[in-house]
Write a protein that binds this ligand. Sequence first.
Ligand code: ARG
Length: 349
Amino acid sequence: MADLAELWEKVSSNKDSKSLLKKHLTKEVYEKLKDKKTKFGGTLADCIRSGAKNLDSGVGVYASDPEAYTVFQDLLGPVILDYHKITELKHPACDFGDLSNLGFGDLDPSGDLIVSTRVRVGRSHASFGFPPTLNKEQRVEMQRVTQGALEGLTGELKGKYYPLEGMTPDVQKQLTEDHFLFNDSDRFLKAASGYDDWPTGRGIFFNDNKTFLVWVNEEDHIRIISMQKGGDLAAVYKRLVGGIKELEKKLEFARLPNLGYLTFCPSNLGTTLRASVHIKIPKVAKKPEFKEICDKLNLQARGIHGEHTESVGGVYDISNKRRMGLSEIEAIQEMRKGVEEIIKLEKAA
Ligand code: ARG
């Protein structure tokens, strides 16, 4: 409790924080939630620790476990509405669309602009807590279950699991050069217990072509990633959906009808889907209205070295901004239309 009182003091006494935690953790909400606990042992302190220690957070809140979204709804609900710019906690059923008739293929057949295409989703095991409520044994057990499911994949998805623990320097060097390997350098995630017992329980799976990847216990229990060079969004998306469907046969993923798939961070709820291209758009990106163009198309532009990075040489990471309140296929179509528009603008500039 001392921990929680201190965290509350940090948040409530600060005047400059622009985080959604600061905005929505009112005295009233705090009083109502301060003694609650989930069946995974998750507390309010677990949900707000990162944002209280990093007052420059944008969101500042993580869910202690799948049940936190219900038990701490008085805080998490308003944060979700605000972040996802929706007016109701509501999410449609999962719908990947008609994969045999998507109506699009390669977004850049000329190959001039799109360097690579990637689509990812996050998934959580229904029966395990999120990082603040996990111990070392549970991390190991979760990895065992996940690895078993991954190593049952066949055909194009067939591959191998590489645990971080005990990884040889050679493999580590190769995977770092491939930009596959995640690390423990995010201070927001660190403060949220995201790196407890590091590197135990963490690892990566990938297929022989390195076009289908799964991160185990990075931020989420599972991040499923499909990617390849060039702009063939249809191929990337179909491979991803194929992988999700295979894994669903073996694992039970946490989901709530009104929030969609549950993730550690409320920013990833719903479809949890982020479809992105690395795209060379030096001309469009130089326009003073670049940010407005992206906003209008519901796109987000980032640097190519991940979240919170800058662009290098006019290459941007462009992705769908919305993940909640729309279906998977709608999120993909929104990204496709947006990217097509950006390409048109770049070619006309
Ligand atoms: N907790 C961080 C913040 O509030 C990151 C939020 C979104 N990013 C993420 N990887 N979940 O600023």
